[in-house]
Every structure is written in C-alpha cells, then in structure tokens.
Design a binder for this molecule. Structure first.
Ligand code: GRF
Length: 201
C-alpha cells in the first residue's frame, strides 16, 4: 500500500498532532506527515513538528494579511507536497470553499464534543466544555468528521463518549476529552489511510 501524505493544521498545543506523530513512528498509521501548518506563529504544535523533522509553515494575519492570498498559499503548499489528506487537529480557522472542494472527502477535523451537540460557530476550545458543564450534561465526548463548507457539519466518522463527573471543571473535563481525542484522531487517520473509512459515498 502506498504511504499517504498528510498535512496537519494546528493552532495550539498540538497534542493531537503528537498522537499522530507517535502512531506513525510506532507503525500504527501508514502515512507520512509532510508538513504542519499553523495560523498562529507561536503555536507549540509547530515546535513539536520541527522537533520531529517535519516542515512547518506559519500562514497567518502577519505574513498573509489578505485571506485570499493566505488561502492561495495554503493550496499551493498542499499541491506542492502532493497531499492526500488534510487533518485539522485543533485548527481554529475556517478553510476557504476552494480548498474544501479541491480536497472533498480528504479533509478531516476533530471536535471536542458529541456533534451535533456543542458545535458550530463559537463552539471551540474551552467554550465547548463550559457550555457542557453549564447545561448539566452527564456526558460529553469527541467527534471526528469530514469537513464540508459548513462549520462542524460534515459527515461524522467516529465518536467516543466520556462521562461528565460530579465536580468537573473545564480543566478536568477538557483533559478527559483530550485523552479520548488522541485515540480517536489516531483511529480516524489510520482507517482513512488504510482505506477502511470511505472518503465519500
Ligand atoms: C482539541 O480539544 C481539539 O479538539 C480542539 O482544540 C484542541 C486542540 O488540542 N479543536 P491540541 O492542540 O491538539 O493539543
């Protein structure tokens, strides 16, 4: 089987990226991360990538103030690296429709809730967990899905539940969800690369 070429897009700590790096190193995922891109210059995910010898690119407001030019640069990079799959791993920016159409069925995202709950505009990072706690939910979880032109509306690939425990804070709940995210993102990318998750139907 041909090794799939991945681009991983991050905005923050990059712990999901790290889970992918580890799973590729251990042979669980048959793929190579060709490049890591961030819309935040200081994202620790870029450091993790560089530490692992992966090419990194910052594409943000500072170096590409015009969002169309930024999107064009992203498309150029993805094409130049012959990317098979784009993984949004905590990427807090919206891709342009052209990119989404070009890579239809080949872009996946991970979201820290049980979609369709607590997703869409404004539901990212701690906002998700705050809302889950404020509503007294007894469970939350994580979802991987294909990316379409909506926000968190694409076809769901996998979901995993976690309990909300008495006394949970945003910190304890997000840490529990993040642990599950790491397993879910590995399973999703592994199955995508092996062809056992169909890209479209
Ligand atoms: C994760 O909760 C992810 O689902 C969300 O942002 C967080 C990123 O964590 N979109 P990390 O950067 O992978 O550590």
């Amino acid at each position: 089987m041909q090794i799939k070429r991945l681009a991983v897009l991050v905005s923050g700590g990059g712990s999901n990226l790290q889970a992918l790096i580890d799973a590729i190193q251990s042979g669980e995922i048959s793929a190579k991360i060709e490049l890591v891109i961030s819309n935040r210059e200081q994202a620790y995910g870029l450091t993790r990538a560089a530490q692992n010898g992966i090419a990194t690119h910052y594409l943000g407001i500072k170096n590409y103030p015009d969002s169309n030019a930024r999107a064009e640069k992203l498309n150029t990079l993805l094409a130049a690296h012959q990317i098979d799959y784009v993984v949004l791993a905590g990427y807090l920016s919206i891709l342009k429709p052209e990119t989404i159409r070009q890579y239809e069925g080949r872009i996946v995202n991970i979201h820290p809730s049980l979609i369709p709950k607590y997703c869409g505009e404004g539901f990212y990072g701690h906002h998700v967990h705050e809302a889950v706690l404020a509503n007294g939910e007894s469970e939350s979880g994580a979802t991987t899905h294909f990316v379409d032109e909506g926000v968190d509306t694409g076809k769901i690939i996998y979901q995993e539940r976690v309990p909300v425990l008495k006394g949970d804070t945003v910190e304890t709940l997000s840490a529990r969800v993040l642990t599950v995210e790491h397993q879910l993102i590995v399973r999703t990318v592994r199955d995508l690369c092996s062809g056992s998750v169909k890209t479209s139907e």
